[in-house]
Design a protein around this ligand. Structure first.
Ligand code: C2O
Ligand code: CU
Ligand code: CU
Length: 488
């Protein structure tokens, strides 16, 4: 087992070995409807029955110590076996045997320490996505935890509330490790957020959505650019139901898929109130028919089920991406089972964002990937025309600078997104227009459809050091779409 896995992983190190021109097509048309899974020769996944299991909510992790105003946690990365498809055992990679990982709840101003023990047979590196940490606590690709080792991460939480997530970031392995289960939610709150009368407690639930490809033995299949990841999982299970009261609920939606973007809507087209993005609450609530999430992005939403009579069943649908509608077109079902008193409210003003400082520097960034059949050459991904090299610094940034980045996706058919470590940024423009309400808040990951250009502004006034920026379509970052900025 160990040898086979080591072999598989070393194969990955050469980025895309074994991919043929035909197998690449799925990446190029990832947003097409009705992709043909059999084109890749994939065995069909056993179709799970819809809405048969309840939505699991990952456990909130308890600290082992809170002494001195620091919450200390222990996590162990280990293999586990889960019944994901009915009657089948699937091997997954977990934090604390939980798939996805346990939830950490943290508060601004109160540091968190996580001791991460790696009982897997692959190196890992744990990154807290969206967090401002010192560089050696950022889960750098080369600063890995060897099998049987432990590493301690310090998260100062000197930033406002935000729905963050943690995931593996080991060089060339992160895409497969995350796919096999190494991700979890980290909810950072602060007094600004806590004084709002938003739904809390059991009415505030994280929902991580991703896709997966199972072979006919129920095992997760990982190949880069796989078009046959067509089973959607919500908190690790396919097509669950959630019993809700006829009242408001807050959902912390996360797209934890490697490649697939999601466009989520309620089956009846009624409004979802979008209240937050990657970096916390939006200035104002944004009632919308659909919420778009590219891989790595989060959306904080409130759904008011009081408009439905008890007995209503309402499917949360996905309306974008390749795959058969019965598999990728629905995520979960809300079952309104009872009435309830609801003291929660959505205030008309949620937060005031800090004013944007005057920019001190400008920079252009291009994203691209080999497009079209490249024959025998494995495809590569580029930022500014370069494939990732761990010891090269691609951008030098002056400490304290507030930079405007003009970012362009040069591809004609391939979507990309851009994630910056260390900072939460603002989207200033999308294709020359101001962004819509969904992008009015703080972001750490931004989608770029083929040919699109965005402008973002980020201020680098927290830590000095070397940090990553990359496409968060993890199959792409594993193909080289990653770069390093150094704040000096
Ligand atoms: Cu979500 Cu570089 O990470
Ligand atoms: Cu990140
Ligand atoms: Cu990409």
């Amino acid at each position: 087992m160990l040898n086979r896995r080591m072999l598989l992983n070393s194969g990955l190190a050469t980025a895309g070995v074994g991919l043929t021109g035909a197998a690449l097509v799925p990446l190029l048309t990832a947003r097409d409807a009705n992709a043909d899974a059999t084109a890749t020769g994939a065995a069909p996944a056993p179709a799970p029955e819809l809405f048969r299991v309840p939505l699991p909510v990952p456990p909130v992790l308890s600290p082992v110590s809170t002494a001195g105003g620091v919450d200390v946690y222990r996590m162990t990365m280990r293999r586990a076996v889960r019944e994901i498809l009915p009657g089948m055992s699937t091997e997954v990679l977990t934090f604390n045997s939980s798939f996805p990982g346990p939830v950490i709840r943290a508060r601004s101003g109160r540091p968190v320490i996580v001791h991460q023990r790696n009982l897997l047979d692959v190196p890992t590196s744990v990154h807290l996505h969206g967090a401002s940490t010192s560089q050696h606590n950022d889960g750098k690709p080369m600063e890995t935890i060897a099998p049987r080792d432990t590493r301690t991460y310090l998260y100062p939480n000197r930033q406002p509330h935000a729905s963050l997530w943690y995931h593996d970031h080991a060089h060339h392995l992160e895409s497969e490790n995350v796919y096999r289960g190494l991700s979890g939610t980290y909810l950072l709150t602060d007094t600004i957020e806590r004084r709002l009368p938003l739904p809390t407690g059991v009415h505030d639930l994280p929902i991580a959505i991703r896709d997966a490809h199972f072979d006919d033995a129920g095992q997760l299949v990982y190949t880069m650019g796989d078009r046959a990841r067509q089973t959607l999982l919500a908190n690790g299970v396919p097509y669950p139901y959630l019993q809700v009261a006829a009242r408001k609920y807050r959902f912390r939606l996360l797209n934890s898929a490697n490649v697939r973007s999601l466009k989520l809507r309620l089956a009846d087209g009624s409004p979802i109130v979008h209240i937050g993005s990657d970096g916390g609450l939006l200035p104002r609530p944004n009632p919308t028919e659909s919420v778009f999430l590219s891989p790595g992005e989060r959306a904080d939403v409130v759904i008011d089920f009081s408009r439905y009579p008890v007995g209503t069943q309402l499917v949360l649908q996905n309306t974008t991406g390749a795959g058969p509608a019965d598999l990728i077109g629905q995520v979960l079902r809300f079952d309104v089972t009872h009435t309830a008193y609801d003291p929660s409210e959505i205030p008309a003003e949620l937060r005031t964002l800090p004013p944007l400082p005057k920019p001190t520097a400008e920079r252009t960034i291009t994203l691209s990937m080999d497009e079209g059949g490249t024959g025998t050459t494995p495809p590569q991904g580029y930022i500014d025309g370069k494939v990732y090299a761990p010891d090269r610094i691609d951008s030098f940034i002056r400490y304290g600078a507030s930079e405007v980045w003009t970012v362009t996706n040069l591809n004609k058919n391939i979507p990309h997104n851009l994630h910056l470590h260390l900072v939460q940024f603002r989207v200033l423009e999308r294709n020359g227009h101001s962004p819509d309400a969904a992008e009015s808040g703080l972001k750490d990951t931004v989608m770029l459809l083929p040919g699109e250009t965005i402008k973002l502004q980020a201020t680098f006034d927290t830590f000095r050091g070397a940090y990553l920026y990359h496409c968060h379509i993890l199959d792409h970052s594993a193909m080289g779409m990653m770069a390093t900025m150094k704040i000096t």
